[in-house]
Design a protein around this ligand. Structure first.
Ligand code: FES
Ligand SMILES: [Fe+2]
Length: 345
C-alpha cells in the first residue's frame, strides 16, 4: 500500500524521449510514458484493454499508441480510437491514463484521483534548475522498500560506519539530533561542532585534514518519499550555527524515493551547490563522491531487504532508538495518509 494522491517522480526528463515508448513501474503499476509531438509528456497504464499486452512494446503513431498485438490504438486520455478489425469502438475500450507534469528536470506522475492532481502540490526541487546553483543527478535501482531509504536518510549515524571513506567521521554519533514536526513535514537537525572535516568536505570546502569545522546536517522529509538535505561546513567558531555561513560552503543533497514495487525503489537523487558554479569539475567531483557513498547505501539496504524477506512472517518488530525519531515520525505520517485515503475510498 502506498499513498495515492501524491505526485511521484517517475523519470528524469532525459529518460523520456520523443519517438520512444518508455515503460516504468510506479507503486506496483506498470506505466508507459511518451512525449507528444509538441514534447508534452503523456502516461497510460502499460496494458492493452484487449488481451493485456504491454503497450510499451507497440508503436507511436503521432500522439497515439498502437498495441503490438492486434493494433488497437489509444489516445493520451486512454480512450481506444481505432480497432482495426471493426468500425464500432465500445465504451469499455479504454485504459487508465495518469496526470503528468514535467518540472525540475523530472517527469512527475499522479497516482491517485485525477480530479485532485493540482500541479501546485509538486514538491519544491528548484535547485535542479536554479541559475544560481549547479547540480548533477541520477537514478539508482534500489533493491529495497522506499521507506528503508527514508529511514537511511533521516538517520545519518550510519555515515560513520557505512561511509567512512567519504562522508563519515567518528564524531557524528557524539552530537545529538533535534527532531521537529510541522504538519506532514519532519525536520532533523544535527550540528557537529569543532570537529575534523570528513574526506568529502576537505575536498569540497578546501579544509585541511586536521582543521576543525562546524558542520550542519538539516534534513527535511515530506511524504511519501521526499528527503532534502541542507549540508555544509564552515571554519569552527565563525558563527555558522548563528546563521553566518560566509566562512564555509553549502550543498543540497536532493533525494526522491519513488516506490517501484513493495521491495524495490527508484532512487532519484542529485547533488546541488551554489559555489564554483562555473567550474563543471566541481559539480562532477561532488556528484562522484556522493555517488560512491550511495552505492554503499544500496548494498546495505539490499542486504536489509533480503533479510526482512528471509525472515518473512516470523520477523520480530524492529527495536527503535533515539537516532530513529525522524524515521519513526516519517513512517507515522505515511501510515496516517494511507489510513485516511483508505477511510475515504
Ligand atoms: S492485445 Fe492489444 S490489440 Fe489485442
Ligand atoms: Fe548513506
Amino acid at each position: 500500500m502506498f499513498p495515492k494522491n501524491y505526485w511521484y517522480v517517475a523519470a528524469w526528463d532525459w529518460e523520456v524521449r520523443r519517438q520512444e515508448l518508455f515503460r516504468r513501474t510506479i507503486c506496483n503499476v506498470p506505466i508507459v510514458f511518451w512525449r507528444r509531438e509538441g514534447g508534452v509528456p503523456a502516461a497510460l497504464e502499460d496494458r492493452c484493454c484487449h488481451r493485456h499486452v504491454p503497450l510499451s512494446g507497440g508503436k507511436l503513431r503521432g500522439d497515439h499508441v498502437e498495441c503490438p498485438y492486434h493494433g488497437l490504438t489509444y489516445d493520451c486520455t486512454g480512450a481506444c480510437v481505432r480497432v482495426p478489425s471493426q468500425k464500432v469502438i465500445p465504451d469499455a475500450a479504454r485504459v487508465r491514463s495518469f496526470p503528468v507534469v514535467e518540472r525540475h528536470h523530472w517527469i512527475w506522475v499522479w497516482m491517485g484521483d485525477p480530479a485532485l492532481a493540482d500541479p501546485a502540490l509538486i514538491e519544491d526541487y528548484h535547485w535542479n534548475d536554479d541559475p544560481d546553483w549547479r547540480f548533477k543527478g541520477e537514478r539508482l535501482a534500489l533493491p529495497g522498500n522506499y521507506l528503508l531509504l527514508v529511514d537511511n536518510l533521516l538517520d545519518l549515524t550510519h555515515l560513520q560506519f557505512v561511509h567512512l571513506t567519504t562522508l563519515g567521521t567518528a564524531a557524528i554519533t557524539q552530537f545529538p539530533i533535534k527532531v521537529e514536526r510541522e504538519g506532514h513535514k519532519v525536520r532533523v537537525t544535527r550540528w557537529i561542532m569543532d570537529s575534523p572535516a570528513p574526506p568529502f568536505f576537505q575536498k569540497a570546502g578546501g579544509f585541511a585534514p586536521d582543521e576543525p569545522i562546524d558542520r550542519w546536517q538539516i534534513i527535511e522529509f515530506t511524504p511519501p518519499g521526499f528527503v532534502r538535505l541542507d549540508v555544509g561546513g564552515a571554519r569552527a567558531g565563525t558563527g555558522a550555527r548563528e546563521g553566518d555561513r560566509s566562512q564555509g560552503f553549502t550543498m543540497r543533497n536532493l533525494n526522491v524515493a519513488t516506490p517501484e514495487t513493495d521491495s524495490t525503489t527508484h532512487y532519484f537523487w542529485g547533488q546541488a551547490h551554489d559555489f564554483g558554479i562555473h567550474d563543471r569539475s566541481i559539480t562532477e567531483m561532488l556528484f562522484s563522491q556522493v555517488h560512491t557513498a550511495f552505492l554503499e547505501d544500496l548494498t546495505i539496504i539490499g542486504a536489509q531487504q533480503s533479510n526482512i524477506d528471509a525472515f518473512g512472517a516470523d520477523l520480530p518488530a524492529a527495536v527503535d532508538f533515539n537516532q530513529d525519531s525522524g524515521g519513526m515520525q516519517a513512517r507515522r505520517i505515511v501510515d496516517q495518509i494511507i489510513e485516511a485515503e483508505r477511510a475515504k475510498a
